[in-house]
Design a binder for this molecule. Structure first.
Ligand SMILES: *Cc1c(COP(=O)(O)O)cnc(C)c1O
Length: 395
């Protein structure tokens, strides 16, 4: 019998469905904002990274329109060939100033920063000391680098120090500590002051991926500013696609770092630059965060209120310290059932997060706060989450 070379496609999906691990993709018919239309239903969205609500901010939309009219729809080339605009330079200068660093680079995505830059910062003769819960794009970047990877226990500075001693014994050329700033599934923060201290003792480079901290912590400047550690963190990777509400990856740090990245990162060198409208919207987004501090204030007010209420209902929110508030359920089937009932019966869109995003037994709904949610929205969501949680015997 001739074998079917693609039979595994269907077989793998059957296996995923059997284990309640299939991703159901829903389609938005309106903007990414708390009141949106999804698969034909008017719902309250509690699951976007658009923390400040800037994806639909009028000034940012207008900036995208104006730049698109002037410069056109696409960039036409990778950044180093002909894809960089005066807008790109303006963005990079403004962003560096905002982050209080010497220079910055607008890259394709946060994922591309990790997969393109990490393999240039470290290689075979080097050791990466990595938090056990780091984002998948960091893990891929480290794999591509060929560097030896040593894992330290999540957010545990004592264990980090122990692993750094191990790394030192091995006589690596370079040691690089890599951590998420804010952990995307749990909403807890890296203990950056402790990390900076041990890094200094061991002469290790620090790479912080602050995709979920930017826009939210340190008045929008991110976790490094939150802890007043400017100058102590060698590489800050980030994203314009989350708190800033637009699109793109960023690298922030010294002039040396930015020149190195622009000349070496393979994703930067080999992938097309952003459309000019995106670059202009990114500029406008930083201007809005600087001139309208109410958005950051509101997302924190909403976070504090919502978290207190779900905790008092008996939900396990883990170690959340930010607008990422997981409702940890455990069983993946139950997490998916909670999300399904909330969507179908209560018009609340919260996404179940299951393996491989989190360990199987830590399946959850990850709720994310948004500056545009009103008190009425939050109370509506809370009463539905309480009702359905009781019905499904989760709380
Ligand atoms: C979202 C995320 C990324 C990817 O960023 P994109 O700009 O969406 O590609 C990388 N790292 C972390 C920690 C993230 O949360």
């Amino acid at each position: 019998m001739k074998r079917d070379p693609v039979a595994f496609l269907k077989e793998d999906m059957i296996e995923l469905r059997k284990n309640n691990l299939e991703w159901i993709i829903r389609y938005l018919e309106d903007g990414s904002k708390p009141h949106s239309t999804v698969d034909g239903k008017d719902v309250l969205m509690l699951n976007t990274n658009n923390y400040l609500g800037l994806a639909t901010h009028p000034k940012i939309i207008q900036a995208a329109i104006d730049a698109t009219k002037k410069y056109g729809a696409g960039a036409g080339a990778v950044p180093v060939i002909a894809g960089s605009f005066d807008l790109t330079r303006e963005f990079q200068e403004k962003f560096a100033k905002f982050k209080e660093v010497e220079a910055s680079l607008l890259c394709q995505t946060g994922f591309a920063v990790n997969s393109g830059l990490i393999p240039m910062l470290v290689g075979k003769p080097d050791i990466v000391v990595s938090d056990e819960l780091n984002h998948g794009s960091i893990i891929d970047g480290v794999r591509l680098s060929g560097a030896k990877r040593i894992i330290y226990k999540h957010n545990d500075v004592d264990d980090l120090e122990k692993q750094l001693k191990e790394a030192e014994k091995e006589g690596a050329r370079r040691i690089c500590i890599i951590t998420d700033g804010v952990f995307s599934m749990d909403g807890d923060m890296a203990p950056l002051p402790g990390i900076a201290k041990v890094a200094e003792d061991f002469g290790a480079m620090i790479f912080v991926d602050d995709c979920h901290g930017e826009g939210v912590l340190g008045e929008g400047r991110g976790i490094v500013a939150h802890f007043n550690l400017q100058g102590k963190v060698h590489v800050e990777g980030g994203s314009m696609s989350k708190g800033f509400g637009v699109f793109g990856g960023t690298v922030a740090g010294s002039k040396d770092l930015i020149e190195f990245c622009a000349n070496k990162s393979r994703t930067y060198l080999l992938s097309t630059a952003h459309p000019p409208g995106v670059v202009a919207a990114n500029i406008a987004s930083i201007e809005v965060v600087e001139s309208e501090p109410q958005h950051v204030q509101r997302v924190w007010d909403n976070t504090n209120y919502f978290k207190k209420e779900v905790q008092s209902m008996g939900y396990n929110t883990g170690n959340s310290e930010t607008p990422i508030i997981p409702l940890i359920i455990g069983d993946p089937g139950k997490a998916q059932e909670l999300a399904r009932v909330l969507f179908e019966e209560e018009n609340i869109y919260g996404t179940p997060i299951v393996f491989p995003m989190v360990a199987r037994e830590l399946s959850r709904i990850r709720v994310q706060m948004n500056a545009l949610l009103t008190k009425e929205d939050l109370d509506m969501a809370l009463s539905a989450i309480e009702k359905v949680g009781k019905k499904l015997k989760i709380i």
